[in-house]
Design a binder for this molecule. Structure first.
Ligand code: TPP
Ligand code: MG
Length: 363
C-alpha cells in the first residue's frame, strides 16, 4: 500500500485474480477456471440475490423489525465463490456475516433473519444443510471446525470442512490453536479468512505486520491471497484448496482480500473511524459490477436477463420481508430448549421455576 492510497486499494502483486474490476478475464499461472455462460449467469444471480436479501435485512433493522444485522455488502463474491466451491458432503462453519454462504447451502434467508430478530437461536439444522450455526464468539468456530475435520478424517469421508473468519479473528488464540491442530493432524480443512480490512473500528494494520495469508507458512501449510471481490478467483482457489483437503493434503489458508462496504453491524457508524475516499475507491472494485461487465462485453447476457434478475431480487426482498414480519414470537420457555440434546435435571427445574414466575403475571 502506498502512503497516500486508501487502505487496501493497491492490489498486492501476489493476489490471485481471474476477473478484473473492469470485467476483463485474466490468466493466472497457478489457477484457472472454465465456466460456461450458464454458470457465470448463475453466479451473477447468486450475487445479486444475496445483496438484495442483505439490503432488505438492513431496512428491516432500521424499521425496528430486527435487533441487529451484520451486512455482507462488498463481500458477496468471497462468499458465493467459496460457497459454490463446496460439495453437498462438505461442511461449513460460518461466523455471523456469511449470509452468502448460507444461501449456497440452501438455508432459507428468513431463518437468518429470525436469529437477528431474536425469535430463534439459529433456526436451521446444521446437519441438514452442512452449515453450522452462526458464531458470535470471534474465532471459536475455527476450533469446532478443526475438530469436525479431524472427525471426518477418521471416518474416512470424502469431504472437506471450510471455516470462515475475519481479519480481526486472526489475532484470537483460538484461531492460532486451530491452525496448529489442523497442521499437525493434516486435517481436511480450508481456513477462509475474509480480510475486509476492518475489525469493527480496528484497521488491519493492528492485526498483522505481514499479509495474513503468509501466517500459514509459520504453521506449516500453504496460504494464498485471492481477490475477494472476484467470484471466479474465489471459486477457483477454494475449489482447489477443498480438493487438496479431500485428497489428504491437509489445510490451506485462503485470505480473501475484500472490503466491508457497510457498517460493522447496524449498531456501528463507520464514519467515526474511516474516510469516505476509502469506500469510494473500493466501490470501483464492486464484486457484482465486474461480472455484469464481463457478461455484457462477451454478449453472454442481454438487457432482458439483467431485468429478469432484478425483478427476481425485488420479489425475493418482498417475500423475505413478509415472512420475517410473520415470524411467530417463541414461547418464553423455548429458551430452555436445545441447550442439551436430552433431558437435563437442572434445566428442567429452572424451566419450572421460570414458568411459575411467569404464571404470576397471568391474572
Ligand atoms: C471473543 C470475542 N471478542 C470480542 C468480540 C467483539 N467483536 C465482535 S465482532 C468483532 C470484530 C471482528 O472482526 P473480524 O474478525 O475482522 O470480522 P468482521 O466483523 O470484519 O467480519 C469483535 C471484536 C467477540 N464477539 N468475541
Ligand atoms: Mg474484518
Amino acid at each position: 500500500m502506498t502512503a497516500d492510497a486508501p487502505r487496501g486499494v493497491d492490489a498486492p502483486p501476489e493476489l490471485v485474480q481471474l476477473l478484473t474490476p473492469e470485467g476483463e478475464r485474466v490468466e493466472h499461472p497457478d489457477y484457472d477456471i472454465e465456466l460456461t455462460a450458464e454458470e457465470v449467469r448463475s453466479l451473477y444471480r447468486d450475487l445479486v440475490l444475496v445483496r438484495r436479501v442483505d439490503l432488505e435485512a438492513v431496512a428491516l433493522q432500521r424499521q425496528g423489525e430486527l435487533g441487529i444485522w451484520a451486512s455482507l455488502l462488498g463481500q458477496e463474491a468471497a462468499q458465493i465463490g467459496s460457497g459454490r466451491a463446496l460439495t453437498d458432503a462438505d461442511m461449513a462453519f460460518p461466523t455471523y456475516r456469511e449470509h452468502g454462504v448460507a444461501w449456497c447451502r440452501d438455508v432459507d434467508p428468513v431463518k437468518l433473519l429470525g436469529l437477528f430478530r431474536g425469535v430463534n437461536h439459529g433456526g436451521w439444522d446444521p446437519a441438514e444443510h452442512n452449515f453450522h450455526l452462526y458464531t458470535i464468539v470471534i474465532g471459536s468456530q475455527t476450533l469446532h471446525a478443526v475438530g469436525y475435520a479431524m472427525g471426518i478424517q477418521r471416518d474416512g469421508a470424502e469431504a472437506a470442512t471450510i471455516v470462515y473468519f475475519g481479519d480481526g479473528a486472526t489475532s484470537q488464540g483460538d484461531v492460532n490453536e486451530s491452525f496448529i491442530w489442523a497442521s499437525v493432524f493434516n486435517a481436511p480443512i480450508v481456513f477462509f479468512c475474509q480480510n475486509n480490512q476492518w475489525a469493527i473500528s480496528e484497521p488491519l494494520e493492528k492485526q498483522s505486520k505481514i499479509p495474513l495469508y503468509k501466517r500459514a507458512s509459520g504453521f506449516g501449510f500453504p496460504g494464498v491471497r485471492v481477490d475477494g471481490n472476484d467470484v471466479f478467483a474465489c471459486l477457483a482457489v477454494t475449489r482447489r484448496a477443498l480438493q487438496n483437503a479431500r485428497e489428504g493434503q491437509g489445510p490451506t489458508l485462503i485470505e480473501a482480500f475484500t472490503y466491508r462496504m457497510g457498517a460493522h453491524t447496524t449498531s456501528d457508524d463507520p464514519t467515526r473511524y474511516r474516510l469516505a475516499d476509502e469506500l469510494e475507491a473500493w466501490k470501483l472494485k464492486d464484486p457484482i459490477e465486474r461480472v455484469k461487465a464481463y457478461l455484457f462485453k462477451n454478449e453472454l447476457a442481454d438487457q432482458e436477463f439483467f431485468e429478469k434478475i432484478d425483478a427476481e431480487a425485488d420479489a425475493l426482498g418482498k417475500d423475505v420481508r413478509s415472512r420475517c414480519l410473520a415470524l411467530p414470537d417463541p414461547r418464553p420457555e423455548a429458551i430452555f430448549q436445545h441447550v442439551y440434546s436430552g433431558a437435563h435435571a437442572l434445566l428442567d427445574e429452572e424451566r419450572e421455576q421460570y414458568l411459575t414466575y411467569l404464571a404470576g403475571f397471568e391474572r
